[in-house]
Design a protein around this ligand. Structure first.
Ligand code: APR
Length: 214
């Protein structure tokens, strides 16, 4: 085919196709950054939907009652099937309300992960939010290690319905993950993926990471 680009037409078309493939990505989540710590543990920043993560466990941004009515909790519960809400209810009946420091866990139901770890982040305005968020993140990683898992994906806990400011949350989430991975070299946990929903959030967290690592 002749074109007015002097033979560059196919190249331009190919680039367009590649960028379409990256955007569409076959319904897969996209790794934007992989950071390997000196002890070979990895933190990945990923754009996508946590409910399709093929990892040992995903973390849910839950409330203390494990009533999964909105946000990512609702998405996890809907895709995972009613077993997730049923097991969550049973957990609360047995152990009481879930605290920031001690996340609960259930099976993954129909999700491609084995477990869902239900972490309770702080509601912005409740007081001592930074510590409560750090506790929720660290607690999730500790539960994953107690279950002897290697990979876990977590969302940006508390930054949706609970209203925690994103940049402040990003620093706490990054530092909690880094501290846990570097201080627990012997744990089974090797891969932690932070899943950001939507391109805007993903780009925001990527730039927060670069700031954080300066
Ligand atoms: N995959 C990844 N992240 C997601 C997804 C998804 N499918 N859906 C939403 N998110 C993101 C949001 O964009 C937000 O950044 O998860 C983050 C946490 O948002 P929320 O789900 O609102 O969680 P949180 O702010 O911790 O509020 C918890 O909301 O759903 C209820 O039962 C939950 O009462 C609890 C409260």
């Amino acid at each position: 085919m002749s074109d007015r680009t002097g033979g560059r037409y196919d190249g331009i078309k190919a680039v367009r196709n590649i960028s379409y493939l990256i955007r569409y990505n076959g319904g897969m989540n996209e790794v934007l950054l992989n950071h390997a710590f000196p002890n070979k543990k990895n933190l990945q920043i990923v754009q996508g939907d946590i409910t399709i993560e093929k990892v040992d466990a995903i973390v849910n941004a839950a409330n203390s009652q494990l009533a999964h009515g909105g946000g990512v909790a609702w998405a996890i519960s809907r895709r995972g099937g009613e077993i997730i809400q049923r097991e969550s209810k049973a957990w609360v009946e047995k152990h009481g309300e879930v605290s920031h420091t001690e996340p609960a866990y259930t099976s993954g139901g129909n999700l491609p992960c084995r477990y869902v770890i239900h972490a309770v982040g702080p509601v912005w305005g409740d007081g001592d939010e930074d510590k409560k968020l750090a506790d929720a993140v660290t607690g999730s990683l500790r539960v994953a290690a107690q279950l002897e898992l290697a990979s876990v994906s977590l969302p940006a806990i508390s930054t949706g319905i609970f209203g925690f400011p994103k940049e402040r949350a990003a620093r706490i989430i990054f530092s909690s993950i880094e501290t846990y991975l570097t201080q627990n070299a012997d744990s089974s946990l090797t891969d932690v993926r932070l899943i950001l929903y939507g391109q805007a959030d993903a780009e925001l967290y990527l730039s927060f990471w670069r700031e954080y690592k300066k």
